[in-house]
Design a binder for this molecule. Structure first.
Ligand code: ZN
Length: 243
């Protein structure tokens, strides 16, 4: 089975369409790790695509913030302004859809969650120390996470040692070397690893391989729409740098 894994779309319709047309003919099923909304200019369109294509998804912190399920004072001012704008824009049916998303989903070969298994919505798995809280809760060998917007693998090797590294464009990770692995496929709509291209992953369950792909999309078109919507300037600029 071939899975396309996407995460952190953040209202970025151009990046989403680019990633979906890349994955379409390559995978059997696409799966989303949350944060469909927030930051960008097209919240309704992004929700409707995920819903129409029947892409299983978990909820992220931006969904919880827009739904009033968490205190938005946890966010910095720019993110908060974008959440308030998104909340105002979202149609009732799309709020309803986002409200239907669960926090953790299990598939036969893996588990998906936005943040971590210890704190599904809010925890950033950005070090081995933090990752241990997820490793000890993993019932499947593989757990896909989002939230940090940086593609990484943190793994428990067959020899009992842990390792971790950032995954670059076209890297192939062989999972047969690991007892357990936590994988972040990066962000579709707001990459933060210094590579401005949209990020996505493909998981080949029979070859036990995960590959990361980075794709150029029309950043200027998104930035122009963000300006028209009066979204915060730093959120517009960061798309040019992937930071
Ligand atoms: Zn995010």
């Amino acid at each position: 089975m071939l899975y396309g894994i996407i995460s952190d779309i953040h209202n970025n319709l151009e990046a989403l369409n680019t990633v979906l047309s890349f994955l379409k003919d390559k995978v059997d099923q696409i799966i989303c790790l949350g944060d469909i909304i927030g930051y960008g200019p097209n919240p309704n369109e992004c929700c409707e695509i995920i819903k129409q294509l029947d892409i299983p998804s978990v909820a992220g912190n931006h969904e919880y913030a827009a739904l009033g399920k968490m205190d938005i004072n946890w966010f910095n001012k720019n993110a908060r302004d974008a959440i308030l704008w998104t909340k105002k824009e979202l149609k009732e049916k799309n709020l309803h859809f986002l409200n239907s998303l669960g926090e953790i989903l299990n598939f036969s070969d893996f588990t998906i969650v936005h943040g971590s298994l210890r704190d599904p919505i809010n925890e950033y798995v950005d070090s081995l120390r933090v990752a241990l809280g997820t490793f000890e809760r993993m019932k499947k060998k593989i757990c896909f996470i989002g939230h940090t917007h940086v593609p990484v693998i943190i793994g428990l090797r067959e020899d009992g040692n842990y390792d971790g590294r950032v995954i670059k464009d076209n890297d192939i990770i062989y999972l047969g070397d690991y007892q357990k692995a936590i994988i972040n496929v990066g962000s579709v709509g707001q990459p933060r690893d210094g590579d401005k291209r949209a990020s996505c992953g493909i998981f080949d369950t029979s070859r036990k391989e995960v590959s990361i792909f980075r794709l150029e999309y029309d950043i200027e078109a998104v930035q122009k729409k963000m300006e028209e919507c009066n979204l915060p300037r730093p959120l517009i600029d960061r798309l040019s740098y992937g930071t």
